[in-house]
Ligand binder design. Structure first.
Ligand code: TYM
Length: 338
């Protein structure tokens, strides 16, 4: 990484909530992470502290975190080109998180839609406070690295807005300290939907799993899921999100994985029925994911190697994050230990 300082910085994060990411995570976010790592000074983290909000068992969290790192590399992140690290390895995330909590209004945090949805489903007694402060920790993740861009899916737009508000508020009150980031949200793949409920986003927490394509699942399982995808009573393969949400979702997946425009993707299926269409999409998906799954499994066999990569990543991240934290503390009047 020769001219780091002259390149724009990107940061993003992903939660290790399962043993496999799904296609929405990849197309909505990780694919852009891979694209941006060559042209940007890129920081990507597995946000294990955020994942504590779901209350996984310790051994599960450990395995999911390593599986997440392995998949990120298998999907194309190159630790030589980007800084790949685990959030809990850099204590400044929690430290800046507290500072930002002291600048966030209670009402402001209460308006976060992801918090409202999740807490409504669970009920207030079963909702942890960490879920409430979750977006503030996310803002700390981003502001610590002075990121210009944050590649994420559509569902993160409100959290990026909060991050911008908090950064601007801090700068106005205590002097220019943070770069104000922009969301990097690609329209075409920003929301990949569930194959069984194509008006809802693909998400493991909100569906039975039958409509979720998992990166680490076998080709047989994924072919079956795509063949069973909900479409409509029509016959033509056309992109029309209102009238044909199922077909449009499959076309979005196909076009993103083949790097074809939606128009070119539609042309591939002129005169073909839904059966052929689904089979072709299924083949594209499983052939795309086959080497990824193999590579991730191979990486998981050598934990010592992954740990070594993560240590290097944490050191690089820590150097940037500690400097921002110190500047933040200074700006606010917290006395340096000397
Ligand atoms: P997480 O782990 O839920 O999701 C990771 C990324 O995947 C995107 N995504 C989708 N994109 C398109 N279609 C879908 N169906 C779909 N489902 C998920 C998400 O938008 C996300 O970009 N709060 C973040 C994690 C985070 C973070 C950060 C992100 C913590 N700190 C700092 C950016 C910067 C989250 O929930 O990701």
């Amino acid at each position: 990484m020769s001219n780091e300082t002259s390149r724009e910085r990107v940061l993003s994060g992903i939660q290790p909530t399962h043993l496999s990411f799904h296609l929405g995570n990849y197309l909505g976010a990780i694919k852009q992470w891979v694209d941006l790592q060559s042209s940007h000074d890129a920081f990507y983290c597995v946000v294990d502290l955020h994942a504590l909000t779901i209350g996984a068992k310790p051994e599960e969290l450990r395995r999911r975190t390593l599986a997440s790192v392995a998949q990120l590399i298998a999907l194309g992140l190159d630790p030589e080109k980007c800084t790949l690290f685990i959030q809990s390895h850099v204590p400044a995330h929690n430290q800046l998180g507290w500072v930002l909590e002291c600048l966030t209004g209670f009402g402001e945090a209460s308006r976060m839609t992801q918090f409202k949805d999740k807490s409504q489903k669970a009920g207030s007694d079963r909702t942890v406070v960490g879920l409430f402060t979750y977006p503030i920790l996310q803002a700390a993740d981003i502001l610590l690295y002075q990121a210009h861009k944050v590649p994420v899916g559509e569902d993160q737009r409100q959290h990026i807005e909060l991050t911008r508000d908090l950064g601007q508020r801090f700068n106005a009150k205590f002097g220019e300290t943070f770069t104000i980031p922009e969301g990097y949200i690609l329209k075409a793949a920003a929301k990949i939907n569930d194959l069984q409920d194509p008006t809802a986003k693909m998400s493991k927490s909100s569906s039975s799993g039958a409509g979720v394509i998992e990166i680490m699942d076998s080709p047989e399982i994924n072919i079956k899921k795509i063949k069973s995808a909900v479409t409509d009573t029509g016959r033509e393969v056309l992109f029309d999100e209102q009238a044909k949400p199922g077909v449009s979702n499959l076309l979005s997946i196909y076009s993103a994985l083949t790097a074809k425009t939606i128009t070119a993707a539609q042309e591939d299926f002129i005169g073909k029925g839904y059966g052929d269409f689904k089979m072709t999409v299924a083949e594209v998906v499983v052939e795309y994911l086959r080497p990824v799954r193999e590579k991730a499994n191979e990486l998981l066999e050598d934990e010592a190697h992954l740990s070594k990569l993560l240590k290097i990543g944490a050191e690089k991240a820590d150097a940037v994050a500690s400097k921002t934290l110190r500047d933040t503390y200074d700006a606010m009047g917290l006395i340096s230990r000397g």
